[in-house]
Design a protein around this ligand. Structure first.
Ligand code: ZN
Length: 132
């Protein structure tokens, strides 16, 4: 795995949280994108080399809606940049990690993504993402 690509934060409203994070990081949201297949709307901010992804549910069945109902707003996942997502998925499977999807999915920001179940990572949802 390469560097941390971004940190995902579950929010109830991208509009209000976007404002808070713009003030916090002293920068602008540079992109808002909906990933319909995941039931999320995402907003991206950059602070130095680091990217923050805000995630808002677009329907009540969205994983983000369920996360917020259970745990409230807050850090949702850590995403690592990988060079070849399929190789990395095979490696993690062989190591006994539980992957949430068998095939890479199309995520926000034009990336291929795969999630690792928090049960197998001490409570942290991990995202692998490969730029395409
Ligand atoms: Zn993410």
């Amino acid at each position: 795995m390469n560097k941390i690509e971004h940190i995902g934060i579950a929010v109830s409203s991208i509009e209000s949280s976007g404002n808070i994070y713009q003030k916090l990081l002293n920068t602008e949201v540079y992109k808002i994108e909906e990933v319909a297949s995941e039931g999320v709307k995402t907003a991206f901010l950059q602070s130095g080399p680091n990217i923050i992804e805000l995630l808002e549910a677009t329907n009540p069945d969205s994983p983000i809606a369920k996360f917020i109902a259970k745990r409230g707003e807050g850090i949702h996942h850590i995403a690592f940049d990988v060079t070849d997502i399929r190789v990395e998925m095979e490696r993690l499977k062989a190591e006994g990690f539980i992957l949430l999807n068998d095939e890479p999915k199309r995520g926000a920001d034009n990336k291929l993504v795969c999630f690792v179940h928090p049960k197998s990572t001490n409570g942290v949802l991990v995202e692998l993402c490969q730029s395409v």
